[in-house]
Design a protein around this ligand. Structure first.
Ligand SMILES: [Zn+2]
Length: 259
């Protein structure tokens, strides 16, 4: 246990039940008691505001003095893109790599707004989990930019700024906008309470077999920008997920060399 976690987590105790993740679907009732101090390291929170546009855009100096060369384009600037940022074809959406409001995946109207491969992979996963006595279901799949914007605005009212930013994504900074990620649950335990369920243990151990990774692992907040979310699964396909393996604490950022 990294002592840093405790220091950061204790002030948050009692705060929250939702997720970065978190969603319109849970509007209204995050139960304060569900917040469990867990490994939320981290600090480097972005300073973008809860407005329509990610505020972290670089501010090029204009006019640029003729004698100085223009700075190279900063690909990690937080600038919102109309298509997802990718590395070797793997989509990365995060606080650093954001989507604009115009990005709507082609599969947004599919079940849960998920890419068909993601949806079918989850169905296989769910069947296996059920057979193992740990039935899971989808609580939230695709969320539009506007839905995420509303979710974050609500979180900002409900929680202190730091907590809101650890568990809730600003519009454009949520993987849910891609339809490649989902929040799983057991039908009862939301947010941090889910981490204590058999389902969460099962997902940690087996999700990779179906092409999913636990996208925000414990103790990696300084890399992902989000608290540990045992319920947020990102589909990357079985080949890549196999490289993460069971109970992995590897982040996509580390895997892709972005960390
Ligand atoms: Zn999520």
């Amino acid at each position: 246990m990294n002592p840093r976690f405790l220091a950061l987590v204790l002030p948050l105790a009692g705060a929250l039940a939702l997720s970065a993740c978190s969603t319109m679907a849970v509007a209204g009732t995050p139960s304060p008691t569900a917040f469990v101090p867990s490994a939320s390291a981290a600090s480097a929170e972005p300073t973008a505001q809860a407005t329509a546009e990610p505020a972290a855009e670089p501010t090029p100096v204009t006019p640029t003095p003729v004698s100085k060369p223009a700075p190279p384009p900063d690909t990690r600037s937080g600038k919102a893109l109309n298509e997802p940022f990718t590395v070797d074809g793997i989509v990365v959406v995060s606080k650093v790599h954001r989507l604009s409001s115009s990005y709507v995946p082609a599969w947004a109207a599919k079940p849960h707004g998920l890419h068909p491969d993601v949806h079918s992979a989850f169905q296989e996963l769910a069947a296996a989990a059920k057979a193992d006595g740990a039935p899971v279901m989808i609580r939230s799949g695709y969320r539009s930019y506007a839905a995420q914007q509303a979710s974050f605005a609500k979180a900002k009212k409900q929680y202190d700024d730091k907590t809101a930013r650890l568990y809730f994504a600003e519009a454009g900074a949520s993987e849910h906008q891609t339809g490649l990620a989902l929040d799983a649950w057991d039908g009862r335990n939301r947010g941090t309470a889910f981490a204590r369920t058999e389902q969460a243990s099962w997902l940690a151990a087996h999700a990779h077999e179906y092409g999913f990774i636990v996208r925000y692992p414990q103790g990696k907040t300084d890399i992902t920008g989000y608290a540990w979310e045992s319920w947020h699964l990102r589909w990357v396909g079985t080949e890549i997920a196999a490289e993460f393996g069971p109970n992995s604490s590897l982040t996509l950022e580390e895997y892709l060399g972005l960390a």
